[in-house]
Design a protein around this ligand. Structure first.
Ligand SMILES: CC(C)(COP(=O)(O)OP(=O)(O)OC[C@H]1O[C@@H](n2cnc3c(N)ncnc32)[C@H](O)[C@@H]1OP(=O)(O)O)[C@@H](O)C(=O)NCCC(=O)NCCS
Length: 120
């Protein structure tokens, strides 16, 4: 799944670059949209992210492209690889700024884990 985000002034830290917590929130959101699209009608919660590294800073007026691809299907969990690329608004070339693997667990209405493929 591909998604885009324009970095706005309210997304920046006090140094004038993108606040890392915003990136984590967007990555979680994009990956959750991917898993909910792949498994419509099933509920998923985030259980973990792999190592998180911010490779490059992100400046205001950057356009971010998020790519979320399913990487592994477990018993109760599904993992997505999320890659983020930045492009300045007035440029064409992109650079990779962030990568992580994020895992979701399927839960029932009480928040208890259940197998991904189980039909309820
Ligand atoms: C998600 C939750 C129900 C899982 O219950 P649990 O008993 O801890 O689950 P388990 O340890 O058996 O792990 C369940 C699956 O998640 C995987 N998993 C657990 N921790 C993981 C991690 N840090 N990274 C990747 N996968 C992980 C396990 O490998 C297992 O996968 P599988 O069934 O496909 O083999 C429970 O941890 C929970 O409610 N967490 C809070 C979720 C939440 O609120 N998220 C929003 C963030 S505020």
């Amino acid at each position: 799944m591909t998604s885009y985000k324009l970095v706005m002034p309210g997304d920046l830290n006090h140094y004038g670059f993108l606040f890392g917590g915003k990136m984590l929130m967007w990555v979680d959101e994009v990956a959750w949209m991917a898993v909910s699209g792949d498994y419509p009608g099933r509920n998923f919660v985030t259980v973990g992210m792999s190592e998180v590294t911010f490779h490059k800073s992100v400046h205001p007026n950057s356009v971010l492209r998020f790519e979320a691809n399913r990487k592994r299907i477990g018993r109760t969990s599904v993992t997505y690889r999320v890659e983020v690329f930045r492009r300045q608004m007035d440029a064409r070339d992109e650079i990779g700024v962030f990568t992580t693997d994020i895992t979701f667990v399927r839960v029932d209405e009480n928040g208890a884990k259940i197998p991904v493929e189980e039909t309820t």
